[in-house]
Design a protein around this ligand. Structure first.
Ligand code: GLP
Length: 240
């Protein structure tokens, strides 16, 4: 694992965006794995800047998002589909048909999981962006006795719902389930960029990077991957 610590968040965001831009320069039809949450917002801002400056084009890229809430339509303000439009897709030249998020609205969620996995097998991810949950989750792979390899439905932990309640009017509105790529699919990405920001993540990022490899901290499985770049700000990295 390569670890880089930044004093300046804007530099961190630029560095992460540059990894994706460089991937697209060498392979214009690359498959990018994308994430939601507050962590990547600045990174997407830098990608948009790079696109506006003519430094990068997404027109031949394909993207796969990690996860989506079950029961929220793409038009819902807190759906991850809406998040991606708002923070990235509406501002770049990525054709809409080349961007994929799992759907949490279909009646047959199992079929949706299999369909998403089939697409991921056909277009393997070149570089995957990841944030980190306070409990060590990646995507929505919550700590458990065992983890799933492929796309699946998860019950969200109370702590995760509470953490994400800040985006909703009240916690009762936060969905209880999500559809997420599995840890196996995440680890199949050619390279992974894990981004962690803020003092409240200092303990969990230490556990993920330096602790034992355990399903109780899903991000610790990243220690087994051959090419992970971890980008942290000063506060998140203070225990490393
Ligand atoms: C959410 C997402 C994760 C994200 C995590 C951290 O639950 N499913 O992909 O990494 O929370 O979010 P934030 O970046 O807002 O701390």
């Amino acid at each position: 694992m390569e670890l880089k610590c930044f004093d300046d968040i804007s530099e961190l965001d630029r560095y992460a965006a540059q990894i994706f831009a460089d991937t697209l320069k060498t392979k214009p039809n690359a498959t990018l794995g994308l994430a939601t949450g507050s962590t990547p917002i600045g990174i997407y801002g830098k990608m948009i800047e790079m696109y506006n400056n003519g430094e990068v084009s997404f027109k031949d890229a394909t993207t796969f998002n990690l996860d989506e809430y079950v029961g929220l339509s793409p038009e819902h303000e807190q759906s991850y589909a809406h998040f991606m439009k708002q923070h990235l897709f509406d501002h770049i030249d990525l054709p809409r048909r080349q961007s994929h998020l799992p759907s949490g609205m279909v009646s047959d969620l199992q079929a949706e999981c299999s369909h998403y996995d089939r697409m991921l097998t056909e277009q393997p991810i070149d570089v995957q962006l990841l944030g980190l949950g306070h409990n060590g989750h990646i995507g929505f792979n919550e700590p458990d006795d065992e983890l799933q390899g492929g796309t699946h439905i998860v019950e969200l932990e109370e702590a995760t719902r509470t953490a994400n309640a800040r985006f909703f009017d009240s916690i009762t509105e936060v969905p209880t389930k999500a559809i997420t790529m599995g840890v196996g699919s995440i680890l199949k990405a050619d390279s992974i960029v894990l981004v962690v920001k803020g003092a409240d993540k200092a303990g969990i990022v230490k556990k993920a990077l330096r602790g034992p490899i355990t399903t109780e901290c899903p991000a610790s499985l990243l220690q087994t991957h051959k090419k992970v770049v971890v980008l942290v700000d000063r506060e998140a990295g203070r225990l490393l």
